[in-house]
Structures are given as structure tokens and as C-alpha cells.
Design a protein around this ligand. Structure first.
Ligand SMILES: O=C[C@H](O)COP(=O)(O)O
Length: 256
């Protein structure tokens, strides 16, 4: 039986001022006052973490805070970077690592992402490790090799007991922000493959416990059928998480 609790996360990317973030969270907390069916996570820009942390600490909601990135060191001469311990100050529970936008625009490699995964875990943060193939790799039938490599290197030296604190997000690059989501069949095929790879790298038991999110053009129209797939345990939502009513409708209509 699938006992994995669904996890719906909103990745705002480089969007929203602090006042916009506060207005969003006020409505979110009201809409989700009684809600606990899935874990809900908001990943705002660093600048809004303090304000959202304050709002969440005054509420009894189950909404969790996540960051969009971290640097794999506790402190030091890394201009412009944020350490895992700084994120802990805002009671962040989750941190996105390895998002394809950072891999593409900032040249992040699997090895560097692996350092971030381990840094997050050592500070008791839950890394959301993003993986996924680009259009060319999909068209050439190379997605298995790509995903296998991202998992193998991204989770290198992660202990099996730490894997329980990780979330994997499958985000096909060709589906991000394009309005062309992976079909439930395509996503399920990859999620099952990810679980098999995790079983190979760790154990069947750990693979069965691991939560695997789908991300890429999730909308109120496609969220429910994606979440009905047996190996899809949640969603990592970009564009559709920016409007609070849309985000709430996805959560309430697809996980209640
Ligand atoms: O982290 C979120 C993903 O990149 C998906 O973004 P999107 O929902 O705008 O396609």
C-alpha cells in the first residue's frame, strides 16, 4: 500500500516582493486553515523568508517554508551565497537543489549539487533534488541514462537513513514553463524508473518510502490526473503557484 504523504510545493523562482509574498500567505493560511491532507511547501525568494517565517509562526497551519537554493558551506567568503544554517534561522524545512534553471544558467554540476544535498542534510534540512532530461535527450531516448546519472551522483555518499529526509522532483526541462506537461503516462514511467534506480542504489524499502514529485507546467487542469499515478507523490509547481487562488485550487481539488 502507498503510505507516502503527498507533498505539494510552490517554487516562486525570482518572483514576488515581500509585500506581495505577505499578501499571498495571508490568503493561503485562511484557505488552508483546516487542511492537512498533503504537505504544503512555499519556496519564496530569500528576501521573503523572514516575513513568511513570521506569518507561519503565528498560525497553526501545516504549511512549511522552503528555500530555493543554498551554498554547501556553513559560513565563509562566498559573496552572495546563503548557508544551510542561515536557512534554519527562518525555520526552513525544505530546500530545492539542482533545479534545471540553476544547472543551465549557473552551470551547476551533479557533483556540486551532491555537495548541496549533503550540506542540507547535515543541517537537518530536507533537500528537494531536481532531476530531469532536456528535449533532445528525450527525443533521442536518452532520458534513462540522464536520470540515472543525476541520481547516482546527486545522492553519492548519502546514507540510506538520510534518504528518508530527501524528496526527488522529476522535472523534464521540456515541460518547464512551456504549457506542455508530461502526460501522466510519461511521468509515471519516469517516476517508476526513478524508484527502481533508488532501489538499486539503496534498497527496495527505502525506494518505497521516498517521495517523488512531478514538476513542469502543472495546472488546475492536469494536477489531479498526475497525482493519481501510483508513483507520483506530489508536485513542484512554478507558474501556477504564483496566484494564491490557483495554487489553493490545485491543492484542495487534487489531494482532498
Ligand atoms: O520548480 C518548478 C518547475 O520549474 C516548474 O515550473 P512551471 O510549473 O512553471 O512549469
Amino acid at each position: 500500500m502507498n503510505v507516502r504523504k503527498k507533498i505539494i510545493a510552490g517554487n516562486w523562482k525570482m518572483n514576488k516582493t515581500v509585500s506581495e509574498a505577505k499578501a499571498f500567505v495571508h490568503v493561503l493560511l485562511k484557505e488552508l486553515e483546516e487542511y492537512s491532507a498533503a504537505d504544503v511547501v512555499i519556496c519564496p525568494p530569500f528576501t521573503a523568508l523572514q516575513a513568511i517565517c513570521d506569518l507561519l509562526s503565528q498560525s497553526s497551519s501545516h504549511v512549511r517554508l522552503g528555500a530555493q537554493n543554498l551554498f554547501p558551506a556553513s559560513h565563509g567568503p562566498y559573496t552572495g551565497e546563503i548557508s544551510p544554517w542561515m536557512l534554519r534561522e527562518f525555520f526552513c524545512h525544505y530546500v530545492i537543489v539542482g533545479h534545471s534553471e540553476r544547472r543551465i544558467h549557473l552551470g551547476e554540476t551533479d557533483l556540486f549539487i551532491n555537495k548541496k544535498v549533503k550540506a542540507a542534510l547535515s543541517a537537518s534540512l530536507h533537500p528537494i533534488l531536481c532531476i530531469g532530461e532536456n528535449l533532445e535527450e528525450r527525443q533521442q531516448g536518452l532520458w534513462k541514462e540522464k536520470i540515472s546519472q543525476q541520481l547516482q551522483i546527486g545522492l553519492k555518499e548519502v546514507e540510506e537513513k538520510q534518504l528518508a529526509d530527501c524528496v526527488i522532483a522529476y522535472e523534464p526541462i521540456w515541460a518547464i514553463g512551456t504549457g506542455k506537461n508530461a502526460t501522466p503516462e510519461q511521468a509515471q514511467e519516469v517516476h517508476l524508473f526513478i524508484r527502481e534506480e533508488i532501489s538499486r542504489l539503496f534498497s527496495l524499502q527505502s525506494a518505497q518510502k521516498l517521495r517523488i514529485q512531478y514538476g513542469g507546467s502543472v495546472s488546475p487542469e492536469n494536477a489531479q490526473e498526475l497525482l493519481l499515478c501510483p508513483d507520483i507523490d506530489g508536485l513542484l509547481i512554478g507558474g501556477a503557484s504564483l496566484d494564491v487562488r490557483t495554487f489553493c485550487s490545485i491543492i484542495l481539488n487534487s489531494t482532498a
